[in-house]
Design a binder for this molecule. Sequence first.
Ligand code: SAM
Length: 429
Amino acid sequence: MNEYDSDKIVDVLREYDGYEKTSDAKEADLILFNTCSVREKAQEKVFSDLGRVRRLKEVNPNVRIGVGGCVASQEGNVIISRAPYVDLIFGPQTIHRLPALLAAREKKGKPQLDISFPEVEKFDNLPISLTTSQSAMVSIMEGCSKYCSFCVVPYTRGEEISRPLEDVLVEVATLTTQGVKEITLLGQNVNAYFYEQKDETIDFVTLLEYISEVPGVERIKYTTSHPKEFSDRLIASYRTMDKLVDHVHLPVQSGSDKILESMKRGYTRIQYLKIIKDLKAARSSVSISSDFIVGFPGETEADFEETISLVDEVNFDGSFSFMYSPRPGTPAAALPNHVPLNVKKDRLARLQAKLSKNALRYNQLMVGNEYEVFVEGLSKKDSSKLSGRTSNNKVVNFDGQERLIGHTVNIRMIEALPNSLRGEVITRD
Ligand code: SAM
């Protein structure tokens, strides 16, 4: 989501005053940090990064420095008191107001702040994206209304609000006319998408149906969905909608009902397992990944063992796992029985070892078989190779000509590694 917002910031500033991106901070007239406050580590990083760019402003007082994203939402003026050389503070919902903030900074000669939540105004005021990529992200909703007890998102990004259907479709169509073939729909809980127009109510599945009809769309991905709203209709669409990729990222957080309740997730272990069972029945090739939090307040060894047994039961394919990090202002931060850091670390290591083993096993099962691979670009580790993704979200590196980038090719998998596969292009007469 932050990557999407960063791309939009670039679009806004290009249109406003011809700003261009540079990877060298020393060259920059404007240095912006787009921050995340989901966990403490990410939040502290911004202050150490700010310290580093301060020197550039000392050398050139015309350099402007801004902080955006959720740390900006949460800390607001505190950032200016901790780092008075910061010129702009903007939230995830006010990136379209950056030009006005920059202009006001010059006019008034003092730092400017706007961390309000002006609903969908943001989308109405963003320029059309320019892309040369074959894959693009499209935000379909903002914010979150789930209020999970550990999570800061509703307070930093505001309540859930869905973008009008027509706006989403226009953005998708604009992207496909520029050559985009793969669309990733973005939102905190995409399956909570809900938009009413005239005599029609559009839910997430209807939105997917519309998007799959847009000429040029070949693959549809989405992130993140929430188990609470993973409807039977959405599950059924895996039978009929071929453009939906073979992968669902469905955060579970814990395998213990006691912890799920304390997290206010709104589902039980059995309900989560039922979704997975039904999804696999609808499409057997679908792979599932998830998010986990270990060491939530009150989590006992027995609760943690239930998470481990859930991992065994579902056989997740790749996942993200985190130590619980208390966020200011969230209900869980005030709960008793916080888990000591050494216990959290130990549980995280045990969970990650299990998840990696599972992912490697999945990769090994793919060796020898053929897959359709969407070629994304050059391999990050070895630029003499190409890199692509299968429909079940696996990264594959292989030898091939650069002209294949942006196309779908058939690849035979030849070697499984822990986080990726090696493959070879299957050539036919
Ligand atoms: N909206 C999605 C959901 O709740 O299912 C996930 C979005 S959240 C921004 C991404 C992940 O960060 C969560 O699934 C959770 O695992 C993790 N996370 C959120 N708050 C956290 C916290 N306080 N401590 C540790 N991990 C956290």
